[in-house]
Design a protein around this ligand. Structure first.
Ligand SMILES: Cc1cc2nc3c(=O)[nH]c(=O)nc-3n(C[C@H](O)[C@H](O)[C@H](O)COP(=O)(O)OP(=O)(O)OC[C@H]3O[C@@H](n4cnc5c(N)ncnc54)[C@H](O)[C@@H]3O)c2cc1C
Length: 257
């Protein structure tokens, strides 16, 4: 009979449905769930959106797919240098977005496969704690058909990730002022784009959209772009920005916050 994580009691003694329930299936959650099941614990994972969390659905993966498209376009624009000439380069941004969503679909299916292979039950819906050993799962926007149920466990792992923060006094309307999810599925390339914040995510979107022809202005209140990176790395990227067509980076316009 299985033991609780550190209580010495068995799951059956305690009368819970699971040894471990993980809330959130991003890289934090699904890896923890796999580890729990490898340790012999009866495990379930609750997800209110899609398996894989922000990283697979709205973060690391789709941005890299778009960046790969931008890199190809970048090379095509310099094709002459490589000895290729063509008269009629047609650029379809919609297809780049579709490709990135297809890549996401494949990756989330991969997580579903891992859950099945490791016998981890996936429970769709929004989890909210009822008490220390039970959660209520209710239908969510992504899973309106989800069954409302109470799920009990000896242990819970909360892996619900982070939320995007808005600027004070600014309403993200999804059209004129957008956040990362909108930026991953735009129907067309905006003529002009202001990117607030020059961390890795801001720089990635700047690169993609400027390569696709948007006039991009990056606003950063700290002393260097990529403020979390080493100064020499940031300086190289800043140099690249100066050279890149359409990206406007003016070190002297910093506003100290
Ligand atoms: C645009 C962008 C690009 C990024 N690029 C990179 C990169 O290249 N490399 C990198 O290392 N990191 C990158 N990140 C950061 C990365 O996505 C996060 O660090 C990572 O997703 C965090 O994983 P997590 O498991 O903690 O949470 P998340 O991936 O956020 O997963 C949390 C999950 O919990 C679910 N959830 C939340 N509350 C509940 C609830 N009450 N009930 C049920 N489910 C719930 C959510 O729906 C979500 O699926 C990027 C982020 C963004 C936004």
């Amino acid at each position: 009979m299985k033991q609780g994580l550190n209580t010495g009691e068995t799951m059956a003694d305690q009368g819970y449905q699971y040894d471990v329930v993980v809330i959130g299936s991003g890289p934090g959650g699904y890896v923890a769930a796999i580890r729990a099941t490898q340790l012999g614990l009866k495990t379930a994972i609750v997800e209110r959106e899609n398996l894989g969390g922000i990283c697979l659905n709205w973060g690391c993966i789709p941005t890299k797919a778009l960046i790969h498209n931008a890199e190809i376009l970048h090379t095509l624009k310099e094709a002459d240098e490589y000895g290729f000439t063509f008269d009629n380069l047609k650029v379809d941004f919609g297809k780049a977005v579709k490709r990135s969503r297809d890549v996401v679909g494949r990756q989330t299916k991969g997580v579903a496969f891992l859950m099945k292979k490791n016998k981890i039950e996936v429970i769709e819906g929004n989890a909210a704690f009822v008490d220390a050993h039970s959660i209520k799962v209710t239908p969510s926007e992504y899973h309106p058909e989800a069954k409302e149920q109470t799920v009990t466990a000896a242990h819970f792992i909360i892996a619900t990730g982070a939320r995007a923060r808005s600027l004070p006094g600014t309403q993200i309307d999804g059209e004129r002022i957008i956040q990362y999810r909108d930026a991953l599925v735009l129907k067309e390339v905006p003529k002009k784009l202001i990117v607030v914040g020059s961390g890795a995510i801001g720089m990635e979107f700047s690169y993609v959209y400027s390569t696709y022809g948007a006039e991009v202005t990056i606003i950063e209140m700290l002393d260097q772009i990529l403020p979390l990176e080493d100064a020499d790395v940031a300086a190289e990227v800043a140099k690249g920005l100066h050279e890149a067509r359409g990206q406007d980076y003016d070190e002297h316009s910093h506003r100290k916050g």
